[in-house]
Design a protein around this ligand. Structure first.
Ligand SMILES: NC(=O)c1ccc[n+]([C@@H]2O[C@H](COP(=O)([O-])OP(=O)(O)OC[C@H]3O[C@@H](n4cnc5c(N)ncnc54)[C@H](OP(=O)(O)O)[C@@H]3O)[C@@H](O)[C@H]2O)c1
Length: 426
């Protein structure tokens, strides 16, 4: 049988680019057998012709315009990373009526509306499954398989670097600095780890999740975001003693017409599904009003897992081209949202503070919490010499209300400092 050949161009040939090439070669027969099309990598855009890439040299080009002008290329697969020039290249490719696949969460989150609009205007597809949770098909799941559901919540761990660091702190008692160094040695953290440890990478992914789960474009810079670089071993230990593990979580939650979203380290009860997700693994819990809770678990990064998602997108598009199907763009769904973005919403909290080790300190603090309508679930006090370390778990409350009470508590004579406030999953 004469199979249709679909030619694609790769932008970038690093970890994910070379792994995508590898999958398409390794599983070429299987892909052809299953889909009835042959997918051929016809050009690879790189920065230097001198460097050794694991693809035949004849495929390399350093001229992007070359690829744009090549009428044979039907799909452009952007695997360079960074917001620019990747975003501009993707917009140009869509405008040239080429379908686009990308793994680039920073570019997709920064230019979501423009990219979607450009794909719709030119009736070509844009797919970015690999941009969130690597090899785990969470974005796809939020489409057709869950279309009959109202999505109520997405909650999860979408950054393997920080989960690896936290696992080392929790299980081996390492300090943040030692755990980060180990993550860098093992290749789980970049030399410059800021995007991961400050929660920016997770916020980019959450912004994309919010668009697909709730049809809502929430700019990354408006998502309340905090990372793990300020976390102290003492809080990992205290949380553990109270029955929790600290995880860097992304959360998007629909509440009575509003949408709450945040990226922050949170206390997760040890018997919660997400507490069992260790090391570099990712997991996302999706709650639908019909299906209930679904947990997606797996490798959120790495060459082959991420390339598996990119290759899946390429095959979906190749199938649509082969069948002359209408190209599905996401644009119509976005205009439907009526939700008001309301930041972080209400949470339970872990509060650790240091007070004078003398009679009355605890009473003064609890009475101030009471006067401010803040209800305490538990309190633990460890006294050492002149100081006492006091940890409260506070019932659900708006953060502004807690902050108002904390300001008053800091004015008490017997309180020395408020050392840590973290949200708690209940
Ligand atoms: N690695 C993962 O586990 C992972 C997981 C999920 C998503 N992603 C996403 O996948 C994308 C690629 O990541 P990666 O880890 O494969 O990165 P990488 O190993 O650094 O590879 C990037 C490739 O793109 C090329 N490149 C970068 N900027 C370029 C430019 N301006 N012009 C031409 N070529 C350029 C690089 O060229 P040189 O070879 O000359 O440096 C390199 O070949 C990123 O968006 C990343 O966020 C990665």
């Amino acid at each position: 049988m004469n199979m249709k050949k679909i030619k694609i161009g790769l932008l970038g040939c690093g970890t994910v680019g070379s792994a995508t090439y590898e999958i398409l070669q390794m599983n070429a027969d299987k892909i052809a057998q299953k889909t009835g099309v042959i997918i051929e990598v016809a050009q690879v855009f790189v920065r230097s012709m001198e460097k050794n890439y694991p693809v035949p040299k004849r495929l390399l080009t350093t001229n992007f315009q070359n690829m744009l002008d090549n009428p044979e290329l039907e799909i452009i697969v952007e695997l360079m990373g960074g917001i620019e020039p990747a975003s501009t290249y993707m917009l140009q490719a869509l405008k040239a009526k080429k379908h686009v696949v990308t793994a680039n969460k920073a570019a997709v989150a920064a230019h979501y509306a423009d990219l979607i609009q450009m794909s719709a205007e030119n009736q070509v597809m844009l797919r970015f499954e690999a941009s969130v949770a690597g090899g785990i098909p969470v974005l796809d799941a939020l489409q057709a398989p869950l279309n009959s559901n109202e999505i109520e919540e997405v909650l999860g761990i979408v950054n393997g670097t920080t989960n690896y660091i936290l696992t080392q702190m929790i299980e081996s008692g390492k300090s943040y600095e030692t755990a980060l160094k180990l993550a860098q040695e093992k290749g789980f953290a970049e030399a410059d780890p800021r995007a991961d440890v400050e929660g920016i990478d997770s916020a980019n992914k959450l912004s994309i999740l919010l668009a697909l789960a709730f049809d809502e474009i929430v700019p990354v810079e408006t998502i309340p975001t905090s990372g793990i670089s300020q976390l102290k071993s003492v809080d990992i230990k205290q949380a553990g003693d109270l029955g929790y593990k600290i995880k860097l979580l992304v959360r998007g939650k629909k509440m009575e017409g509003s949408l709450q979203a945040s990226v922050q380290p949170m206390l997760v009860p040890k018997d919660h599904m997400l507490a069992a997700v260790s090391n570099e693994f990712n997991a996302l819990l999706i709650r639908g009003n019909a299906v209930g809770d679904l947990l997606f678990y797996g490798r959120g990064a790495g060459g082959l897992p991420t390339a598996s998602a990119a290759a899946g997108d390429i095959i979906e598009i190749a199938n649509a081209i082969d069948k002359n199907a209408a190209f599905d763009t996401y644009v119509n769904k976005l205009s439907q949202s009526q939700l008001i973005f309301s930041g972080e919403g209400e949470n339970a909290y872990y509060v650790r503070l240091t007070g004078q080790n003398r009679p009355g300190t605890l009473g003064h603090i609890t009475s101030l919490f009471g006067k401010n309508d803040i209800s305490i679930e538990s309190v633990t006090q460890v006294a050492k010499d002149e100081c006492a370390s006091i940890v409260f778990i506070i019932h659900e409350i708006a953060r502004e209300k807690l902050d108002r009470a904390i300001r008053k508590i800091l004015n008490l004579d017997d309180v020395l400092s408020v050392d840590c406030i973290l949200s708690v999953i209940t």
